[in-house]
Design a protein. Structure first.
Length: 295
């Protein structure tokens, strides 16, 4: 069992057993506790900054995947459009045979005659999130994008991301029956009469152009929301890093108070040195409180 801490007799003689004397004796201990607390806060803020940076890097990788999907969809749409232009420039393209259309469901008929893509409900984004996404779409300056993110939290972006991802899945599910029907019809007509297949192929290329453009826009929305999440996390990381630096300065001030108050206990002019120690400790606590609640 630890023994009771005894103050040396010499120190007792130097320090009167009054409230002021007891306060002077306790000052180094209090300042040590304050310095330790501030060191812990500084370390905690730095850990949070590192976590946010790491998470931002992961989300940036996911954003890159969505941009890859976007580029793939745009490329497929461009290939379909170019194929249609080459077909129209080299041969006569007849309309789709009515007999072919009659065997299809209404949605598939609209796909071939109007290049109409069965569309699901789009992502539901809150106004401020939609404005930030639009700023990215329009390649606005980074300062405008960051301004649009002022009142947007990561949690709000999580909801927006889920909505955007569900819109992609819903679109795939909605268009899947039409896509499957056209794929099967393509295999069937490819073995038949050339003119009939040519009319169908041209109509299908028009549909594919519209389909891939729509899907690319959906993937673009997902990628943009990921990009916004990366920026929000980087902002949080910078804030934690700045708070860590300020807590560290507060710890240094508290340690200065420990040193000064320790020397004051052994010096003749205790009142002046203790006053400096108290001032340093008060400044450290005040500064740390300001950083914690205001920054």
């Amino acid at each position: 069992m630890a023994g009771k801490i005894q103050i040396p007799d010499e120190l007792k003689k130097e320090l009167p057993q009054t409230p002021l004397g007891k306060t002077m004796a306790a000052t180094p201990i209090v300042m040590t506790v304050v310095a330790t607390m501030l060191a812990g806060l500084a370390s905690s803020e730095m850990t949070k900054a590192q976590y946010d940076r790491g998470l931002a890097a992961q989300l940036q990788s996911k954003a890159g995947d969505q941009w890859s999907y976007f580029q793939a969809k745009k490329l497929r749409g461009a290939v379909a459009r170019n194929s249609l232009e080459v077909l129209a420039a080299t041969v006569s393209v007849p309309p789709v045979d009515p007999a072919v259309l009659s065997a299809l469901a209404p949605a598939a008929q609209a796909a071939l005659t109007k290049a109409e893509v069965p569309a699901a409900a789009p992502a539901k984004l809150e106004d401020d999130v939609a404005a930030a996404v639009q700023a990215l779409d329009q390649a606005r300056p980074e300062s405008e994008v960051m301004l649009a993110l002022t009142n947007i939290t990561k949690e709000k972006l999580d909801v927006a991301l889920e909505s955007a991802r569900q819109a992609v899945l819903a679109q795939d599910a909605t268009a899947k029956p039409v896509n499957g029907a056209l794929d099967r019809l393509d295999e069937k007509l490819l073995k038949g009469e050339t003119v009939t297949y040519r009319g169908f192929a041209a109509a299908r290329l028009r549909y594919l152009t519209a389909r891939y453009d729509l899907e690319a826009r959906l993937n673009q929305t997902v990628a943009n929301v990921y990009e916004l999440q990366v920026r929000v996390l980087n902002l949080r990381a910078e804030r934690h890093h700045a708070r860590s630096a300020k807590f560290f300065l507060g710890m240094l001030a508290a340690q200065m108070g420990v040193i000064i108050s320790t020397f004051s206990l052994a010096a003749k002019k205790k009142s002046l040195l203790w006053g400096l120690a108290a001032a340093a400790g008060t400044a450290a606590v005040s500064f740390a409180t300001y950083v914690y609640f205001c920054l």
